[in-house]
Design a protein around this ligand. Structure first.
Ligand code: PRP
Ligand code: URA
Length: 209
């Protein structure tokens, strides 16, 4: 069964408070999402494989370590997942980026896929699926299914805020996928919004409504 990690790092929790705040405007919201994504990525990438290399320092030769294997793949779920990409690329600039376009039908709350473009060799890469919100879990689960259909084998899911319902769906449908969160909230409301949540992540990031 996939594990669920909630990052309680004080910097993540502090920034998340201002992300939730309805008085935080688009510019600041974007900056905070970017920063939290970077901080979460720092924690998630703890187990990336390393290999030893020789490096010449100004003083002598040293054995030191660099990341090994295929470059990591980031897969934001459009639109709101895009807000998490740059903060991670600041730390891992060589990561490849794929995109999965999904929107949630407002009536049925079911995800509708409209775009998929992925890096090559995804079966050999570790992929991190990015979406600020894990609500019913339909979008994340569908995105992961879409990646697996195309050969992906090693997938992590990184969301800022989740509802228990969404976590359960992903655990059930994708028991091989670990989930990384900044907060696990209380519930979904009748419109499928996370409570207390942060509202509509895409609208707040892109200034739409
Ligand atoms: C939001 C959010 C997730 C999805 C979560 O996207 O960014 O992708 O809803 O809901 P779920 O867990 O119930 O599927 P939305 O469908 O609003 O699309 P957008 O990012 O294009 O605005
Ligand atoms: N999508 C959002 O952007 N926010 C929610 O609370 C649920 C789904």
């Amino acid at each position: 069964m996939g594990k669920v990690y909630v990052f309680d790092h004080p910097l993540i929790q502090h920034k998340l408070t201002y992300i939730r705040d309805k008085n935080t405007g688009t510019k600041e919201f974007r900056e905070l999402v970017d920063e939290v994504a970077g901080l979460m990525a720092f924690e998630i990438t703890r187990d990336l494989p390393l290999e030893e290399v020789e490096v010449e320092t100004p003083v002598t030769h040293a054995k030191s370590k660099v990341l090994a294997g295929k470059k990591l793949g980031l897969v934001p779920i459009l639109r709101a997942g895009l807000g998490m990409v740059d903060g991670i690329l600041k730390l891992i600039p060589a990561a490849k980026v794929g995109h999965v376009g999904l929107y949630r039908d407002p009536e049925t709350l079911k995800p509708v896929e409209y775009y998929v473009k992925l890096p090559s060799d995804i079966e050999e890469r570790e992929l991190i699926v990015l979406d600020p919100m894990l609500a019913t879990g339909g979008s994340a689960s569908e995105a992961i299914t879409s990646l697996k259909k195309r050969g992906a084998k090693n997938i992590k899911l990184m969301c800022m805020i989740a509802a228990p319902e969404g976590v359960e769906i992903v655990k059930e449908e994708h028991p091989d996928v670990d989930i990384y969160l900044a907060a696990l909230d209380e519930k979904l409301n009748e419109k499928g919004y996370i409570v207390p949540g942060l509202g509509d992540a895409g609208d707040r990031l892109f200034g739409t409504k």
